[in-house]
Design a protein around this ligand. Structure first.
Ligand code: UDP
Ligand code: MG
Length: 339
């Protein structure tokens, strides 16, 4: 590890320009990667910073890894983090951040929906002293009305119920300072709602606005089921409000039942005991049964996550470890390091 650090450091120009790391998660992105890389490198060459580009291959089943290896052969700024299978974007990002050495780190999608040109603006704000400069989209092209509407609703909901401030209409595209990343990589939870984690870190944060383009090529990997699960992840990792809500719904129904019961008793005392209707019993039973199942389900969502955390598994494994290029800070999350 020590040697790896030294080798990494000596590759950089002696204490001159600061280093910018760009972390790019890629899952089956063979169609876009070459175009992405050329656009990104032309931006990087305009900067007065050194650059490193970390492609994270998230268990792609197409030629993504070959393409990245080809890019690395041609461009010395490229390094590769090759995950042992598909772990999902959140973990892929974490793996990239674990390996980033930069003084500032940019996280960007490979599909050119996040314009690399914006990096210059992000850096400008970082130089002003902001630790997290996030790109907030003013417009989303090429996405359905339903997706836009659900995204809108989700951001406003999570804003209301969570304790940390999660900016609306903001994806993963952002710049993080060294200390923000150092903070972030210490959060090793299995269920990673990255947008929440960035916010949890704190430090001065700043929004930069941009227009989100549609995908350059290839297909989105996020269907509605995944988006729903993503929303659940966001809510359960940042608030226990649903658990508390169960208590209040329970109290409320119990109170209603008490009132109804009192009414029945008074009615019986005043007017005798006519046979109560079958429908009202069914409705009450089904209503209460439903509430109980929903409440159990909510508890289950949290319990399941506790189960996953309790196992304490590493977040990911790597196919290949390159100590000379990659400075692995997170401990014990890789296959044996070759000497
Ligand atoms: N991605 C990934 N692992 C996954 C799914 C996606 O690394 O399991 C990457 C993908 O290659 C892309 C980024 O995450 O660089 C965003 O994915 P996508 O464009 O499919 O999401 P959307 O933009 O539709 O939200
Ligand atoms: Mg996309």
């Amino acid at each position: 590890m020590q040697n790896a650090n030294k080798a990494g450091a000596s590759k950089r120009k002696a204490a001159s320009a600061p280093l910018l790391s760009v972390v790019v998660p890629a899952f089956n992105e063979e169609e876009v990667l070459p175009a992405f890389h050329s656009r990104l490198s032309s931006i990087l060459s305009l900067l007065d910073m050194e650059g490193e580009i970390i492609y994270v291959n998230d268990g792609s089943t197409d030629r993504t890894i070959e393409i990245i290896q080809e890019l690395k052969r041609k461009d010395s700024r490229v390094s590769i983090v090759d995950l042992s299978r598909n772990f999902g974007k959140e973990i892929a990002l974490t793996a990239g951040l674990d390996h980033a050495r930069g003084d500032a780190i940019v996280v960007i999608d490979a599909d050119l929906q996040d314009p690399p040109e914006l990096i210059q603006e992000l850096i400008k704000q970082w130089r002003q002293g902001y630790d997290v400069v996030y790109a907030t989209r003013t417009r989303r092209d090429g996405e359905s009305a339903i997706k836009k509407a659900t995204a809108y609703g989700f951001y406003r909901l999570i804003q209301k119920i969570s304790r940390v401030k999660i900016p609306e209409d903001t994806g993963d595209f952002r710049l993080l300072s060294r200390r923000a990343v150092d903070g972030l990589v210490q959060l090793r939870e299995q269920h990673r709602f990255m947008k929440g984690l960035y916010a949890w870190v704190g430090f001065p944060q700043k929004a930069v606005f941009y227009r989100r383009d549609s995908r350059y090529a290839g297909q989105t990997k996020f269907n509605y089921w995944r988006l729903w699960n993503f929303a659940l992840e966001g809510i359960t990792s940042f608030t226990i409000a649903p658990l508390k809500m169960a208590t209040y719904v329970g109290l409320f129904t119990a109170f209603g039942a008490f009132l109804y019961g009192s009414g029945l008793i008074i009615g019986t005392l005043l007017y005798g005991n006519p046979i109560a209707g079958y429908p009202s019993i069914m409705v009450t039973m089904l209503f209460l049964g439903g509430i109980q199942l929903i409440t159990l389900g909510i508890i289950g969502e949290y319990l399941g996550r506790m189960f996953d955390e309790a196992k304490g598994r590493p977040l990911y494994l790597l196919n290949l470890y390159e100590p000379a290029e990659l400075n692995k800070r997170a401990f014990g999350e890789t296959m044996k390091i070759p000497d």
